[in-house]
Design a protein around this ligand. Structure first.
Ligand code: HEC
Ligand code: HEC
Length: 239
């Protein structure tokens, strides 16, 4: 592992101490099955050989294009991605949309639960104790503006803020879904078993009603990946 990686992982570790409740909602065993879709082109075991794509052992938390000797596309090599939950999730949704010009010909995984399971599995492919990857490079100040524009009609964000149409969102990051006392959640949300981490918030914010069928959070979602990352960065500051 390169020195810079070690530093970034350390930084991530510090940042995540407070967020250590933030576990992926995904299921590793299910993720392993879904990863069969990847092994046509990728080996997943440590030291595995290059197929059409690079070996993916230890990919989670690393900078993009870090497998020595693999010839990446220019697009991928120049993307600046760190493979954290957010990047992985967006990439797997539609590889060619997230990294325009990638040579990975894979249509993407339409199912949000499958993506979360896969993320959980890839996190487990490491020698080190699992370290949550670096935070989304979202901008909290930008996220606050998005929240004012798109969420405030239904949510308050300040500590002890009142219930509007949706629950107060102070401290929501890292908590289980449905944790605000006194708010009458839908059965769908209460039964979801989710914890609000980067991965689950990205999916929820992209399309709430698709991610949690039967939720009463009836808003169309935030289409821009950048805005979702900004929002999550903002939600993380509310504690
Ligand atoms: C049809 C072959 C193919 C399939 C199937 C495929 N990949 Fe890839 N993958 C590639 C290629 C080729 C690259 C290199 C892309 C580039 O350089 O633009 C790549 C790159 C990647 C990278 C970036 C690696 C790095 O070192 O930065 C990740 C992550 C990845 N794939 C994950 C997956 C996952 C997860 C699946 C299964 C859901 C999958 N891929 C399925 C061919 C494939
Ligand atoms: C039209 C009203 C409406 C808008 C706009 C809206 N929400 Fe919600 N939201 C709700 C409702 C209602 C719930 C409760 C859902 C349930 O119980 O199924 C909810 C639930 C949530 C939850 C889960 C809270 C918990 O305690 O588990 C989060 C997180 C959330 N919304 C974030 C956002 C963000 C961020 C935005 C802005 C991008 C937003 N919402 C915009 C109505 C809205």
């Amino acid at each position: 592992m390169k020195f810079t990686n070690i530093i970034s992982l350390c930084v991530a570790g510090v940042v995540f101490i407070t967020g250590s409740v933030a576990m992926a909602a995904g299921d590793i065993a299910r993720g392993k099955k879904i990863a069969k879709k990847c092994i046509a082109c990728h080996t997943l075991e440590k030291g595995g050989k290059t197929k059409l794509g690079p070996n993916l052992f230890g990919i989670f938390g690393s900078p993009v294009a870090s497998v020595k000797g693999y010839k990446y596309s220019k697009a991928m090599a120049a993307s600046g991605i760190i493979w954290n939950e957010a990047a992985f999730t967006e990439f797997l949704t539609k590889p060619k949309k997230f990294v325009k010009g990638t040579k990975m010909s894979f249509a993407g995984l339409k199912n949000a639960k499958q993506r979360a399971d896969l993320v959980a599995y890839f996190k487990s492919l490491t020698d080190a104790a699992p370290v949550s990857a670096q935070m989304v490079p979202g901008d909290a100040a930008e996220g606050k503006i998005v929240a004012i524009n798109q969420c405030k009609v239904c949510h308050s964000f300040e500590k002890g803020g009142k219930i509007i149409f949706g629950p107060n969102l102070f401290g929501v990051y890292g908590k289980p879904a449905g944790a605000v006392k006194g708010y009458n959640y839908s059965k769908a949300l209460l039964g979801s078993g989710l914890t609000w981490t980067d991965a689950t918030l990205i999916e929820f914010l992209a399309n709430p009603e698709q991610f949690i069928k039967g939720t009463k959070a009836r808003f169309p979602g935030v289409k821009s990946a950048k805005k979702r990352a900004d929002l999550i960065a903002y939600l993380k500051t509310l504690k």
